[in-house]
Design a protein around this ligand. Structure first.
Ligand code: ACO
Ligand code: ZN
Length: 565
């Protein structure tokens, strides 16, 4: 074990403050095997254990081996000493334990090192006095020279870094050690680099390993089937399932470890500011810089449900907004979105995921609405990072459709510009035009002017149907937001044209007698998504078809999300 003054404590803010609150110097105990460190108070070590761990090679929970036989197998039969935090098999302990005691996994157990195996014959008295029972000479038995010095450790660290960078050059995959420590490896940015199977060799794109894949995760009280692989360290990826703490997202290999972790996990809600609460749901803002490991673990979890995600470790430039369902036990994570602190591309959302067990309950829509509420507070428009996944596309289109139609229905007077719709909805002008295009509402009239066909009766009926459907679902109430933006408005420069809102009386906008808008659309020739995205636009013309959009078949185009076990 090493104890050292921590130059940069890597614990969560709540942990750090817990350590500081006691006014004690910041001591970090470092695992002698994996080198991960933590504060003794965060490790929940008893005072006595804190004293005693200074005298031997301490190991963290993941690396603990039985102090008698030196093996880490048979975790179910391993107990941890309250006084020295060392592990021992029940069958290696002296006296031997018949089983792990019931109840709390940490037991008071005084281990005796003097007698190991009762069956072993005692050494003859003169041999017992000699090191290694006389089997080695005194000079050979000296082990003090083998103890790594500070300079040995520095050399080892340097060699390891060199080896890792060499390995990273030949393969962009992440080193398992760095992954375990949660340290950034390649510093790549951007969640949604295009990840096609035909990616060009040499592209600066990270390809998540296709195999092996963890099939399911135990999260809180649920088992959830995963959709995609995630770059967990190799020894975790080899498992058919892993256990993830629902509060701190720590991943573990066994139920036993998960149980032990649960008993001492200090978190009951995300470690950031609660910026929104409405009854039983809350939104927390977590800073990727302040809670790095937490956010990295969240990204790894999210990757299991998101094919395109390419960022796991470079979380510092992002803020994470986590939606929780609250009860007396704690705030249970249901979904999140991340947002760049400064987005040069004007993205107001980088990545959004709802856990499969919580999907199709309106939470995704809620998070999307929330991202636009934040944009509204910032006084800017925004758009999600591209490309969108199939499910992301469906969710966004649904949100955009009802938002644009609601804004249109609230237009007073006969004229509105794309800019006005954009600032009213906080959607970018491109997204407004794209949505109007998909709804076949943007067209040219007989006089050659661009107009928005707005069959008001249908719009109002559609919105009433949406409100009725969402009746039981949570909606965002802007008044409940307690948040000050990091960034404020930058001027919006657009060159969109004014449009005329019609009352739906003009059934033949282009005057050719067929009631359709045949004139090629002058805008949105390059819609945000691929051409497959124009399916709704092909139902051109009849507002009823579009506005009763529940009939569109895009739902069939995406897979079922009921993957949970
Ligand atoms: N099939 C058809 N429609 C669907 C489906 C589906 N499988 N899932 C959602 N929808 C529709 C809903 O009917 C709803 O429409 P409505 O608002 O008109 O009622 C709308 O999409 C949103 O549904 P919600 O229940 O609010 O959203 P959900 O909680 O299911 O979350 C999300 C949506 C976040 C996209 C979720 O499916 C998910 O996590 N998917 C996996 C990760 C992913 O693909 N994320 C998006 C990546 S793109 C990006 O990050 C920028
Ligand atoms: Zn935890």
């Amino acid at each position: 074990m090493t104890t050292a003054a921590a130059s940069t404590p890597t614990t969560t803010s709540s942990r750090t403050s817990a350590a500081n609150a006691q006014g004690t110097p910041e001591i970090i105990i470092t695992c002698s095997t994996c080198n991960i460190g933590d504060h003794p108070s965060c490790l929940k070590l008893t005072e006595k254990a804190q004293d005693t761990v200074a005298h031997y090679s301490w190991q963290c929970e993941d690396c603990k081996v039985c102090m008698v036989c030196g093996k880490s197998d048979d975790e179910a039969q391993t107990v941890i000493c309250d006084d020295c935090d060392r592990a021992c098999h029940t069958f290696c302990a002296s006296p031997r334990l018949s089983d792990v005691p019931e109840g709390t996994p940490r037991v008071k157990l005084v281990l005796s090192n003097k007698k190991t195996k009762s069956a072993r014959k005692p050494d003859p008295p003169e041999q017992a006095m000699l090191p290694f029972g006389g089997r080695l000479t005194e000079a050979d038995a000296k082990i003090s020279a083998c103890k790594p010095t500070v300079s040995d450790r520095a050399k080892f660290k340097k060699a390891r870094i060199q080896a890792e960078s060499l390995a990273a050059e030949s393969s962009p995959a992440l080193s398992s050690e760095a992954a375990e420590n949660g340290t950034p490896v390649n510093g790549r940015r951007g969640y949604h680099e295009d990840r096609t199977s035909r990616g060009n060799a040499g592209d600066d794109v990270y390809y998540a390993p296709a195999e092996p894949k963890i099939n399911s995760i135990y999260f809180g009280t649920r088992e959830i089937n995963t959709w995609y692989s995630a770059p967990y360290p190799e020894e975790y990826n080899g498992q058919s399932h892993i256990y993830i703490c629902e509060y701190c997202f720590k991943y573990m290999k066994s139920q036993y470890l998960a149980g032990r972790h649960k008993a001492k996990c200090p978190l009951r809600h995300p470690p950031g500011d609660e910026i929104y609460r409405d009854g039983g749901i809350s939104v927390f803002e977590v800073d990727g810089r302040k809670n790095k490991i937490y956010c990295q673990n969240l990204c790894l979890l999210a990757k299991m449900f998101l094919d395109h995600k390419t960022l796991y470790y470079d979380v510092e430039p992002f803020l994470f907004y986590l939606l929780t369902e609250n009860d007396s036990e704690g705030c249970h994570f249901v979904g999140y979105f991340s947002k760049e602190k400064r987005s040069s591309a004007n993205y107001n959302l980088s990545c959004i995921v709802t856990l499969p067990v919580s999907q199709r309950k309106g939470y995704g829509g809620l998070l999307i609405e929330f991202s636009y509420l934040l944009s509204q507070k910032e006084g800017r428009t925004g758009s999600p990072e591209k490309p969108l996944s199939d499910l992301g596309l469906v969710s966004y289109r649904r949100y955009w459709r009802r938002t644009v139609l609601r804004a249109l229905s609230e237009v007073e007077g006969e004229e509105v510009s794309i800019d006005e719709l954009s600032s009213k909805t906080c959607m970018t002008p491109d997204d407004v035009v794209h949505t109007l295009h998909l709804l076949s509402l943007l067209t040219k009239n007989a006089r050659g002017e661009y107009v928005i066909r707005c069959p008001r009766a249908l719009v109002l009926a559609y919105l009433a149907a949406v409100d009725a459907k969402k009746g039981g679902m949570a909606t965002i109430k802007p008044d409940l937001l307690r948040w000050t933006p990091l960034l404020f408005k930058t001027p919006i420069t657009t060159t969109t044209m004014p449009v005329v809102v019609e009352d739906g009386a003009d059934e033949d906008p282009d005057g050719d007698g067929d009631g359709d808008a045949d004139v090629p659309l002058p805008v949105n020739t390059n819609p945000p998504q691929g051409e497959e995205g124009t399916k709704e636009g092909q139902d051109n013309g009849e507002g009823a078809t579009v506005l009763n959009g529940e009939t569109d078949d895009e739902e069939d185009a995406v897979g079922s999300s009921d993957e949970e076990a």
